[in-house]
Every structure is written in C-alpha cells, then in structure tokens.
Design a protein around this ligand. Structure first.
Ligand SMILES: Cc1cc2nc3c(=O)[nH]c(=O)nc-3n(C[C@H](O)[C@H](O)[C@H](O)COP(=O)(O)OP(=O)(O)OC[C@H]3O[C@@H](n4cnc5c(N)ncnc54)[C@H](O)[C@@H]3O)c2cc1C
Length: 272
C-alpha cells in the first residue's frame, strides 16, 4: 500500500551515514511488512539494499547470512554435503504464509526483526545456534544468540536505530542431524507450531527449539538422550501457560498439545 506519511527515503552507501537516529525513522529491508499496513509514526525509510552486503558467505566458521539476504536467495543456496542440517534451510524458507511478493522480497533480517512467533527465519537461525551481530548507532557492534534476540511477540532486544547486520550459523551446528515438525491450522497457513531438534553426529545429545507455539523461542538442551518424561517435564518447566500464543491460528491448549506431541516425535527420531 502507499505510505502517505513518508516524506523521505534515504539510500545510504554505508550504515555510518546514519549517525543520528530520529523518531520516525525506519530501516527498510524487503518492505513486505512495512508496506502491508499504515505506518503512521514513520516519516523516513532508510533502504538497506543500497548497502550491498553480500547475501551469503561460507567460511571455516560456517554460514554468515546478511540481514538483507532474501528468503528466495537463501532457498536457492546449495549447502555443502557435509552440512547434515543443510535441508533445514529449505524447510524453514517454505514455512512462511507467503505470496509470490513476500517470497521474493522478504529478507532474513526483516523476518527476525519483526520477531513474530511464526517467523521461520527465527526458527531456523535459533535452532542452528546462530549468533546475530548488531550495529548500534552510537557504540561498538555487539553479538547476541538469536535464541535470546526475540523477547516476545513482536518484541526484541534492538535499541532505537540498532541494525541487525548478519547472523552466523556455526559449522558445528550445520553438521548436526535434525528433525523438523510444523503444523498450520489452515493449508499453507501461518505456523501454529514449529519444532526443530538437532543432534551432534555420533552423539546422543539433543537440542529442541520450540517456536511459533510460544511467544518467543524456547530451547531445551539435553546432554544425553532424554526419556519422554524428561522432555515433557522440561517443556513444562520452560513454557508456562501464558507463554503459549493465543491467536486465530491456534489456541494455547492446541499449541501446547502439539508442542508435546512433536517434541516426543523428535526425541524418538533422533534418540531412539
Ligand atoms: C500476507 C502476509 C503474510 C505474512 N506471513 C508471515 C509469516 O508467515 N511469518 C512471519 O514471520 N511474517 C509474516 N509476514 C510479515 C513479514 O512479511 C515478514 O516477517 C517478512 O519476513 C519481513 O521481512 P522484510 O524484509 O519484508 O521486512 P520489512 O517489512 O522491510 O521490515 C520489517 C521490520 O523490521 C525492521 N528491520 C528490517 N530489517 C532490519 C535490520 N536489518 N535491522 C533492524 N531492523 C530491521 C523494519 O524497520 C521493520 O520494522 C507476513 C506479511 C504479510 C503481508
């Protein structure tokens, strides 16, 4: 839609060009959310595409995903064979309620910064133990695990003007085996529940990442293969009733039930 409150669009070559952050400024990534509803408090958009950050960088450390990498570019990426978790990239890209426009324009960073429970790039990068690099406007860059970046429904740790630069998925996490479970109330709908389990090869550890059913990501880490009861008790301890999301895509009891159900399936698949 037309945003008739916008009076300026800045196209910086470097993020340092935006030294002073004003109320009314907003970083513009793919714009799929920004242009989907009125932005009455925004008067200036700052286009991130002109920064021309390389979308994806494979190195000895793993995979670095620029915040401006589109979901379509991530989906097109061919992960190396030794990354057992490589197919998870595609699984999560397909986990959007998305039109053609969203699929091609939405960015990984925009999705993470929206911090919606059903943000599949949050599910992916939290489950693969990603670390986000943040650029404050007036300080040194800082790093924070993606699992701690989102603090609630549409809430995160970003300070005013702070920019998400990139997310590093470490090669150790990319080498893990994985199990993926997702449910939507409607066909091709928004995720109601999205759980990912990962496990170090030749090991019995287990990391379960719960997203979509909860307001923010919840991670359960087990050093050795847990029993069904241990997993269920860990969910109860980590997810109080009011942490389950309540919206048209699923009630809290429905989401809680599927969270238990998928966690047990994941446990059996990876630890049996
Ligand atoms: C029909 C429809 C369906 C949708 N389905 C889903 C869905 O299933 N799951 C879901 O999670 N979302 C969904 N969305 C919301 C949104 O489209 C996605 O979250 C999308 O990934 C946002 O990415 P973007 O690049 O378009 O972000 P933008 O719209 O450009 O930006 C989103 C917000 O993040 C900020 N931002 C963007 N990049 C950065 C950065 N690098 N650093 C700091 N701040 C930044 C912007 O200022 C803005 O506040 C949907 C939207 C629509 C209209």
């Amino acid at each position: 839609m037309n945003l008739n409150t916008i009076v300026e669009v800045k196209r910086p070559k470097s993020a340092d060009e935006i030294q002073h952050w004003h109320e009314g400024y907003a970083w513009l990534a793919g714009g799929t959310w920004l242009f989907s509803e009125q932005q009455v408090h925004t008067n200036t958009l700052i286009d991130l595409q002109t920064l021309r950050w390389p979308a994806l960088d494979v190195s000895d450390r793993g995979l670095e995903i620029a915040a401006t990498c589109t979901v379509a570019d991530l989906y097109a990426f061919q992960p190396p064979d030794e990354w057992n978790a490589g197919p998870l990239l595609g699984e999560c890209c397909r986990s959007f309620l998305s039109s053609f426009k969203i699929w091609n324009e939405a960015t990984v960073g925009g999705n993470v910064c929206m911090s919606l429970p059903a943000g599949p790039m949050i599910s992916l990068t939290a489950a693969l133990e990603g670390t986000s690099t943040l650029w404050p406007r007036d300080g040194a860059p800082r790093e924070i695990p993606v699992a701690d970046f989102v603090t609630g429904n549409n809430k995160n740790v970003l300070q005013p003007g702070e920019l998400l630069r990139s997310i590093l998925l470490p090669k150790e996490a990319l080498a893990k085996r994985f199990a993926f479970r997702r449910s939507t109330l409607t066909h091709l709908g928004r995720s109601a529940v999205l759980l990912i389990g990962t496990q170090t090869p030749q090991s019995k550890d287990l990391l379960v990442t719960i997203t979509a059913s909860t307001l923010r990501p919840v991670q359960l880490r087990f050093e050795s293969a847990p029993s069904a009861k241990v997993v269920r008790d860990a969910i109860d301890a980590a997810v109080p009733d009011d942490l389950y999301l309540d919206d048209v895509h699923g009630s809290p009891p429905y989401r809680r039930h599927l969270t238990y159900y998928y966690a047990e399936q994941i446990r059996q698949e990876l630890c049996a």
